[in-house]
Design a protein around this ligand. Structure first.
Ligand code: ME8
Length: 656
């Protein structure tokens, strides 16, 4: 029998910066869904990729002094880039599209032309604000205090020739799709789309730009590039071979069964995307699911806000599966969720270390201890007190499936963990260590109790495999589950495990985490990362208030030679200098630079001092003048260099 297909996508990511845990969230969810469907026997295509065109990338590349293609190549293919991250997170995508791939570019040109020839794309004028010195078009909302966001200078009203898509023509059909089908999920997002965007009147959409060049060129009108969202949305079809020869499974996989997208891009996916597909007379996707954001301190994580969490650091510290699990276990997929290191560690400790980890290690070690690792065939029938656990096991797959079909990952995992908790309680209720005292009498009953525990681990292990694929496999290995009893069918059939299963004790899969120590380490790593991201060198702003020449000339700068230099007792900051200033009398200056120099390294150096400041008392000692230093901040740390001049300059020489 031919397998049913299932086509699922993530958004394609902007490679303008390194990805953070918020991006990882959607990809992990998509991966769990894809693995679940594969487990069920579907022929799955899971697509992800990168959205590489547009002004933002062009600008960032220019700032970095590289071409846009070099810039995106580094973030997509480079070390700790997008592809590396998905590999690390054990993402099982079948395809990866880059919108700079030639086949995609060629398809987009054909798609654009087709809509143009149909009359759904037409040429008009784009009215906006123009910054003449920067030669840039801006929308009203992009302006900063009414001025150009790049250079801060005033802008003027201007018109630019542009192509438009007749979005208005499809307004009624899109509204009907949103209101009368389950196309957009969760349902709560429908009202927002209809009331905020469709009902006030859908305007035609500007779909070409002439103000920058990093995009797919409109081949029949040089100077125009295709609007980045048109280019991006059609990736879901070009990656299957739509209007190109790179792949040829468009007819097989399209329409997508579901697009997972973040809530801020629901508008593009639920209004513009179906309208363009209608224009192209292509079938519509089954669902668009708008998931919530991972928040940090109540705000959306984003690189521009500097409040991002690095998935590399977390995965290295806690393990990939623990991180994957946390993301889908802790937050309802449709709503926002607050990320914190504390809740990550708590989820790992409670669910994975305590509940799952303990159930596994206790069960496997008891089968080892009481039966030498292999269950005997002679087992008692299920007793009355097994009924609740067995009933939970028998119905687990259906309850899990019901939640997974609604993309309710948190609830699906809750169903699995209900069984795991119940099984832990079952150990305490049946006290195998008491039964084991008289194996002759209780052997068959003890074997039955152990079998039920192994069954609980097996069924839970299979259903956890979409979420924690590597660890779930280890669970199944440790309980001795054969190939045939790791399947979706067997996850629904209590009793599939061989009665004489042989366990294999393995590593502790989820060691308990010392929360306090782990949080301190994470905070130190975050602080180091914050410092590393600071501009390398920060300079004091220059003073703009003029000082008249005569006043300036009153400051007497002299070369001075260090005869002696000592730390000032009881002061962490001060060094006391004895200086030859050419007058024949030693000059004493105190300077708060002990953090930057060892006194002995300064003896004999020729420095610069201002010598006509009034004397000051510091820590009870007199300071006559001030040494001149250069100061700046580097990676958040203050740096200071005493001004040292050529030793050939005699003490007392005036600097002017
Ligand atoms: O939007 N929590 O790309 P993108 C949850 N190129 N999800 C988050 C998040 C957070 N803190 N931060 C980002 C784009 N995301 C387009 C997509 S699709 C044809 C084009 C999610 O890199 C965000 O919601 O800005 C979005 O779904 C995805 O990461 C990619 O964001």
């Amino acid at each position: 029998m031919e397998k049913k297909k299932f086509y699922i996508t993530t958004p394609i990511y902007y490679p303008s910066d390194k990805l953070h845990i918020g991006h990882t969230y959607c990809t992990v969810a998509t991966d769990a869904m894809a693995r679940y469907k594969r487990l069920q026997g579907y022929d799955v295509c899971f697509l992800t990729g990168t959205d590489e065109h547009g002004q933002k990338i062009e600008t960032k590349a220019a700032e970095a002094g590289v071409t846009p293609k070099e810039f995106v190549d580094r973030i997509v293919e480079g070390p700790q880039g997008v592809k590396d991250l998905w590999k690390l997170m054990n993402i099982s995508n079948d395809r990866f599209i880059r919108t700079t791939d030639d086949y995609h570019v060629a398809s987009i040109q054909k798609i654009f032309k087709r809509m143009y020839e149909k009359g759904d794309i037409y040429k008009g004028a784009y009215k906006g604000k123009y910054c003449t010195p920067c030669e840039s078009f801006w929308t009203e909302s992009q302006l900063v205090n009414g001025c150009c966001p790049d250079c801060g200078r005033p802008v003027v009203d201007a018109e630019e020739e542009a192509y438009f898509f007749r979005l208005s023509k499809y307004a009624d059909r899109v509204q009907d799709l949103l209101e009368n089908t389950d196309f957009l999920q969760p349902r709560s997002r429908v009202n927002e789309m209809v009331n905020n965007f469709i009902k006030p009147g859908l305007e035609d959409l500007c779909v070409s730009r002439t103000s920058f060049t990093w995009g797919v060129p409109v081949d029949f009108d040089p100077g125009h590039v295709v609007y980045v969202w048109v280019d991006a949305l059609f990736n879901y079809t070009t990656a299957l071979g739509f209007l190109n020869d790179k792949y040829d499974d468009y007819d097989h996989y399209w329409p997508a069964d579901v697009h997972f997208v973040g809530k801020e891009i629901v508008r593009f996916h639920s209004i513009i995307w179906p309208a363009m597909l209608m224009s192209m007379e292509m079938p519509l996707p089954g669902h668009v699911f708008g998931h919530g954001w991972l928040l940090l301190d109540g705000g959306k994580m984003s690189k521009s806000k500097g409040n991002v969490v690095d998935p590399y650091i977390l995965a290295e510290k806690f393990g990939v599966d623990a991180l994957r699990f946390f993301l889908l276990r802790t937050f309802p997929f449709g709503s926002d969720g607050n990320f914190s290191n504390e809740s990550l560690i708590q989820t790992i400790n409670v669910d994975l270390a305590n509940d799952l980890g303990n159930l596994l290690s206790r069960t496997v070690s008891m089968v080892g201890k009481y039966f030498g690792g292999t269950l005997p065939d002679v087992q008692a029938e299920d007793a009355e007190k097994d009924a609740e656990l067995v009933q939970l096991l028998t119905s687990l797959r259906a309850r899990y499936e019901e939640q997974m079909e609604h993309y309710a990952f948190q609830n699906a995992l809750a169903e699995v963990f209900k069984v795991i908790s119940r099984a832990n309680k079952y150990i305490d209720e049946n006290a195998p260590w008491v039964l084991a005292k008289d194996l002759e009498q209780n052997g068959p009953r003890l074997a039955r109790v152990m079998y039920n525990l192994l069954e609980a681990l097996r069924m839970a292990g299979i259903l956890l495999s979409p979420f924690i694929p590597a660890s779930a496999e280890k669970v199944l290995d440790q309980i001795g589950a054969c190939g045939g009893c790791r399947t979706w069918e067997s996850a629904g059939t209590y009793g599939s495990l061989s009665r004489t299963a042989a366990v294999q004790r393995g590593d502790n899969l989820f060691p308990r985490i010392d929360a306090e120590a782990a949080i301190a380490e994470l905070e130190a790593a975050a602080e180091a990362a914050r410092k590393a991201a600071l501009p390398a060198i920060e300079l004091e702003p220059q003073l703009t208030e003029p000082v008249d020449f005569d006043t300036f000339c009153k400051s007497d700068f002299r070369a001075v030679k260090v005869k002696d230099c000592q730390r000032v007792k009881k002061s962490e900051k001060l060094l006391k200098f004895t200086l030859d200033d050419g007058t024949g009398t030693d000059r004493q200056i105190l300077s708060g630079i002990a953090r930057f120099y060892q006194p002995e390294e300064l003896v004999g150096k020729t420095l610069v001092a201002i010598v006509n400041l009034p004397p000051r008392k510091m820590m009870g000692q007199e300071s006559c003048g001030m040494l001149i230093s250069a100061v700046h901040t580097e990676k958040g740390e203050e740096k200071l260099h005493l001004l040292m001049v050529d030793d050939a300059i005699p003490a007392g020489a005036k600097l002017c």
